[in-house]
Design a protein around this ligand. Sequence first.
Ligand code: ADP
Ligand code: MG
Length: 624
Amino acid sequence: RSSAEKFEFQAEVSRLMDIIINSLYSNKDIFLRELISNASDALDKIRFLSLTDKEVLGEGDNTKLDIRIKLDKEKKILSIRDRGIGMTKEDLIKNLGTIAKSGTSAFVEKMQTSGDLNLIGQFGVGFYSVYLVADYVEVVSKHNDDKQYVWESKADGAFAISEDTWNEPLGRGTEIRLHLKEEAGEYLEESKLKELVKRYSEFINFPIYIWASKEVDVEVPADEDESGDEDDSAYGSSKEETEDEDADKGEDDEDKKPKTKTVKETTYEWELLNDVKAIWLRNPKEVTEEEYTKFYHSLAKDFNDEKPLSWSHFTAEGDVEFKAVLFVPPKAPQDLYESYYNANKSNLKLYVRRVFISDEFDELLPKYLNFLRGLVDSDTLPLNVSREMLQQHNSLKTIKKKLIRKALDMIRRIADEDPDESTDKEKKENASSDKDEKKGQYVKFWNEFGKSIKLGIIEDATNRNRLAKLLRFESTTSDGKLTSLDQYISRMKAGQKDIFYITGTNKEQLEKSPFLERLKKKNFEVIFFTDPVDEYLMQYLMDYEDKKFQNVSKEGLKLGKDTKNKELKESFKDLTKWWKSSLSKDNVDDVKISNRLDNTPCVVVTSKYGWSANMERIMQSQTL
Ligand code: ADP
Ligand code: MG
């Protein structure tokens, strides 16, 4: 079209499209769920706007918030249409080509090495997956604030935008037309599309329809001429005659009976493909494990077939009513801790009475639980206020408190159900075979998200003890396995008052530490803390179950009663005095007789409230 304005794709986008259009990636199915997910997002947006301004929905068909899929076998066009918010001309230019999302180049890199496109949705570039199956795509869109436009591209580095003067007016929303590649013919089969919607888009909260054909038997007068009986709907309907045995059987008075015959007729109608009842409104007892897994996949845009480690589906009642589903993902995203203190990336979706409000609400969960996925649907929050006002609503605090509780319960359940975690006594009690599946789950959790638990202990004073229960670590006697504070306490020696720990860079180095000599000899268990965050952690975790924590490289180590100590102190009084006075005050605070050593003659111990040597090391490496 000569009137079309031409644009070039942003370089990263262009690279991405090149890779996609030439991709041999076998799972091309994913494009449909990406388009449906975009349609659903657009519908969420208009529905949200309509809360404060009813007018935006318009009237008649425009008020129908749904998604419709249509096939044109002859022209090889698959189209997906929504009545969402639509895109203005400017939106089309920005969103579909000129502004690459922040994750685009990371995704391009990743694809070049792995070739796996499955995660495209997580990187915010799902739209371009259309080029897996189409070589030419048109996006027709109408936003309330603008005229109707057509965006089109053959993935050749450029796209064009024209004011739409030839298509039927959409009213509002977007229609994506895929001109399918020769080899993508399977996407013209209704059955294929139905299967894909079932598989990937079951939990979309708007009705998804397909323009489906249906064979029906109809009785028509036998001798009527059918030639003028053409249906004029866009996709027509075809009739094909079938034999009608009764009609011609030698009846005498055939004139009296009207002759009829049965013909097969193909009619089309909109067939609903999903059950729009939201999963979180259903009774948890009636939702299957498979349904939760699929729901998790669609929430997280993570379709790697892995089951979430755990989930919690509950209803909160009382002053603040809400329903929620929380998931512990099977894996932590790579960047979970990278921008921990700068970005608050909450992964909870907030709904108010089934209307999607936002997935960027920071007030629902504390930072350290940002690894969770899920959804909250509140009955208490007001619908007709802005996001900013909601953000300040009082009941959010209550929701947050309850969510944290439930989240920590859910995490503890992973440990409780893991047969590797339970003590020997419990093991005998529940030695059933379905526990096999839960085996090793807590170690898995700990390896992925352990750091979050530690950050929680630092940040969340209210739940510190609950979080401490979830801590795992290795110790001098844990034999390479992870152990918990409760297990440590159960093994404490008679007369042992404190929980002993030592910090350092790695276990091997710590094993050799002179600070452990005596403790090992006397069979005291000492915890190894080897993550830099552990030093901070131990500044906040002062005690657990009435036991104090004692860093064995610090002042104050008590190994039970030692009668010899007093005598020794007396007899070495002069030596310690001399020693202290000959070292300047800047170097040491005190020189003492101690019972912490065995072979090593002396060690430098840090004061109770000062930094440990390991902390000094960490701080130094941070400032350098
Ligand atoms: P994401 O959905 O993660 O933002 P996509 O590549 O799937 O990334 O889509 C890019 C953008 O294009 C969307 O953010 C949205 O602004 C716009 N868009 C895509 N499809 C539609 C649609 N059906 N209706 C309105 N806007 C859309
Ligand atoms: Mg998308």
